[in-house]
Design a protein around this ligand. Structure first.
Ligand code: NAD
Ligand code: DAU
Length: 360
């Protein structure tokens, strides 16, 4: 009998790598990680699983129909979990093309390959199969203070090229269920943080800039609000959605941890003051620098995760306080990983995005 397997796309990225590690630790099925290894894909994040017999890596693009079809035919997975995406809002403002290519057209090609594979399965196997699409709360647009959190029925209103491309991919997934009966599940999650996050995103960027004595750039007035979820809790929710989620359904996932950006940054500064005081003995908060805002910056995201809690039995294990402390500690303890990431490409991005942002 062949070993049961699943294919994960984008498993060398931040959430994908955390998911792969969690899967290998808790599940018996083999995991095949298909990743294009863009600037955001990092095999060093998978060093703990690379020689595990349940783990296989394939270097490919989700938009390569032939490569994906060949892998499906070879491995016969019972599920495909799609993490692969261009994920950074600021990069989507500088260059939206790659976001349309991977998030929209790439997801379309992936769906086509999966549909062809799934259509040829036995009735039983078709019934058991799952295509889980990992998406974001940003597709719902922006909330004003006091407005009710996003539910699965909130109309889509994406505001950035990133969220528009993700919204398009969500619609394709929905259509493949509705039209062809493909057993899909979509999860829409809030802001993740934790180990292995590429330091272009707010939390790791602030940790690393603070340690280097560099300015901590806060866009606009710093009062934009995000709902923060520890990455391990997101991965648990995805595993539960795979095993318990209903075909064609959408599940919102969130941490119930709404924080203004300035408060997130101050919290990180205080933890660093305690764990790794600056040589100058100045509090890290003195490095905070308000800079020009992100164009089209969404004001607030908040998630109503009751459906995930009721139907999947999911609840986050970490509070923001416990998760952020773990995260700061992880970056302090994993300087080898950090040094491998802060390469020439990263320096070019920092220059492109922040070089033109005057302090306000
Ligand atoms: P990431 O940018 O860290 O990683 C993306 C991964 O996808 C990388 O390994 C990259 O090499 C790979 N990839 C990119 N294009 C590819 C392609 N064409 N073919 C194959 N692989 C490709 O992203 P992340 O933060 O880990 O996000 C993963 C998923 O979760 C994305 O779909 C994102 O939209 C979604 N999401 C992210 C967050 C968050 O806070 N980071 C929150 C909610 C949802
Ligand atoms: O909400 C889920 C989304 O969260 C995911 O879909 C995206 O893939 C992920 O990147 C994240 O998007 P955000 O734009 O919210 O994350 P980012 O870390 O880039 O920014 C968080 C907030 O901090 C946002 O309001 C912008 C602000 N910010 C960000 C950076 C990089 C700053 O003030 N300064 C910065 O330098």
């Amino acid at each position: 009998m062949t070993q049961t397997s699943i294919i994960v796309t984008g498993g060398a990225g931040f959430i994908g790598a955390n998911f792969v590690q969690q899967w290998i630790a808790h599940e018996s099925a083999t995991l095949i990680n298909l990743d294009k290894l863009t600037y955001a894909g990092n095999l060093a994040s998978l060093s703990t699983v690379e020689s595990n017999p349940k783990y296989i890596f394939t270097h490919a693009d989700i938009g390569d129909f032939d490569a994906v079809s060949a892998l499906l035919a070879q491995r016969h997975p019972v599920a495909v979990v799609n993490f692969a995406a261009e994920s950074h809002v600021d990069r989507s403002i500088h260059g939206p093309g790659e976001f349309v290519r991977t998030n929209l057209v790439g997801t379309f090609q992936l769906l086509e390959a999966v549909r062809a594979y799934w259509s040829a399965l036995t009735v039983d196997a078709r019934q058991r199969f799952r295509f889980l699409h990992v998406s974001t709360d940003e597709v719902y647009g922006s909330l004003q203070p006091g407005e009710a959190p996003f539910t699965e029925r909130t109309p889509y209103a994406p505001n950035s090229p990133y969220s528009a491309s993700k919204a398009g991919s969500d619609h394709l997934v929905r259509a493949y269920h509705h039209t062809y009966g493909l057993p899909t599940i979509t999860t829409n999650c809030s802001n993740n943080y934790g180990p292995y996050q590429f330091p272009e995103k707010l939390i790791p960027l602030v940790i690393l800039n603070a340690l280097a004595g560099k300015p901590l750039p806060i866009y606009g007035d710093g009062l934009n609000v995000r709902d923060w979820l520890y990455v391990g809790d997101h991965c648990t929710a995805i595993r539960l959605a795979l095993s318990r989620g209903r075909h064609g359904e959408v599940y919102n996932i969130g941490g119930n941890n709404e924080r203004a950006n300035i408060d997130v940054v101050r919290t990180i500064c205080r933890i660093l003051d305690e764990l790794r005081p600056a040589a100058s003995r100045k509090p890290y908060e003195s490095l905070i620098s308000f800079v020009a805002d992100r164009p089209g910056h969404d004001r607030r995201y908040a998630i109503d995760a009751r459906k995930s809690s009721d139907e999947l039995g999911w609840r986050p294990a970490e509070t923001f306080e416990s998760g952020i402390r773990k995260t700061v500690r992880w970056y302090l303890d994993n300087q080898d990983w950090v040094q491998g990431v802060v390469s020439g490409e990263y320096r070019k991005w920092m220059e492109k995005n922040y070089g033109v942002r005057e302090a306000t």
